[in-house]
Write a protein that binds this ligand. Structure first.
Ligand SMILES: Cc1cc2nc3c(=O)[nH]c(=O)nc-3n(C[C@H](O)[C@H](O)[C@H](O)COP(=O)(O)O)c2cc1C
Length: 368
């Protein structure tokens, strides 16, 4: 409440990326994890929540892009998130696109961004994570360096993977950002099979050498896919035996917005996130669930602001959920509120565990 009535109006007076940097700065410098934990209040716990071999305190995570350089993962855990996905990082550090590259559409509770993987690089992230592990599951999201041609993408991803792997509980292969030219080509069946296969082979080789276990690999897909494309992605994911699919990244569509078209056009190109993405991403989650019949873990992301939104994704087939835009609009108490609400929804439906709800309504959502 305090966030929406007091803090958000102040932050929204600033350019969006400045507000974001200010929030990261406040989290990393001003506020200790102990204080944040006290401010966030008592956390709902979900006993026995296991996904791809990892234990989660709760199913609500921070989506990639919020903490690209891994500056505030412990603070995000203290705010009640069950997992944090840092990145996208690329093997080569890169500045991203020129500013402005992030825009708010408050009427639609949405954002448009074309940041273009601005990040300090995989090695800088690895160094930082060595010194500060969050008290929750930590994912690292890797993407292709802009300077590397698409034909050499595999070796570029492999280099990032090797750098971040020792610090990650899971690694996400991002092939779906709309802001790196040609990146989404990698979602094509043949290219994706090669990329995921190469990463999984290296993953297993390294684990064997260290007498350890391979890290779970996930692949993050775009919401702008047809049913045929989706089937090829699932084939590639299963061939490489990845642990799961994150659905979805931002959309290039501008359909159904309440904001006037001039304002939308003024934002220019980029990926749209937030409320307008909700239904599209839920339908993708449901389609994935129907096609995989539970063989792959699904992480639902897109337009989650409250417990009802998270519940919809879970009932469609998501074993875990993530949010970015909902965090910007709803503030630092969002994870706690969603988790409380999810526990209440479980009780209301007479269910004992979240697993009983996962995919229970997958058949009800419209096809893609
Ligand atoms: C400003 C911004 C930057 C983002 N950067 C990344 C990124 O670097 N890597 C990635 O995989 N997704 C990125 N995303 C996409 C989010 O992780 C998420 O998939 C998408 O925003 C939909 O969720 P939401 O509606 O909760 O925001 C970004 C989103 C936003 C708004």
């Amino acid at each position: 409440m305090l966030y929406r009535s007091l803090l958000r109006p102040l932050l929204f007076k600033l350019p969006p990326e400045t507000a974001h940097e200010l929030a990261l700065h406040a989290l990393s410098h001003g506020l200790g994890t102990g204080l944040l934990r006290r401010l966030a209040g008592a956390q709902t716990s979900f006993a026995g929540l296991r996904r791809f071999g990892l234990s989660f305190k709760n199913p609500v995570g921070v989506a990639a892009g919020f903490d690209k350089n891994g500056l505030v993962a412990p603070q995000l855990a203290a705010l009640g998130f069950g997992f944090v996905e840092v990145g996208t990082v690329t093997n080569l550090p890169q500045p991203g696109n020129p500013r402005p590259r992030l825009f708010r559409l408050p009427l639609d509770r949405a954002l448009v961004n074309r940041q273009g993987f601005n990040n300090e690089g995989a090695a800088a992230l690895a160094r930082r994570l060595q010194g500060s592990r969050p008290d929750c599951v930590l994912g690292v999201n890797i993407g292709k360096s802009r300077a590397v041609p698409i034909e050499e993408a595999t070796s570029d991803y492999l280099a990032s993977f090797e750098t971040v792997r020792p610090h990650a509980d899971y690694v996400t292969v991002n092939v779906s950002s709309p802001n790196t030219p040609g990146l989404r080509e990698l979602q094509r069946g043949d290219l994706l099979t090669e990329l995921l296969g190469a990463l999984q082979r290296r993953n297993r080789e390294l684990a064997e050498k260290e007498n350890g276990r391979p890290v779970p690999l996930l692949v993050k897909v775009a919401p702008d896919l047809g049913a045929g494309e989706l089937e090829l992605i699932i084939d590639a994911a299963r061939a490489a035996e990845v642990a799961g699919i994150i659905a979805a990244n931002t959309t290039v569509s501008r359909d159904g917005l309440l904001t006037d078209s001039q304002t939308v056009a003024a934002c220019g190109e980029g990926g749209l996130s937030g409320a307008p993405l909700r239904e599209r991403s839920t339908r993708l989650v449901a389609a994935l669930r129907r096609l995989t019949r539970g063989a792959l873990e699904i992480v639902g992301v897109g337009g989650i602001f409250d417990a009802e939104d998270a519940w919809e994704k879970i009932c469609a087939g998501a074993g875990l959920v993530q949010l970015y835009t909902g965090f910007v609009y709803s503030g630092p108490g969002v994870a706690r509120r969603i988790n409380e609400g999810l526990a209440a929804l479980l009780e209301r439906h007479g269910l004992r565990t979240l697993d009983e709800a996962v995919g229970c309504r997958a058949e009800e959502f419209a096809p893609l």
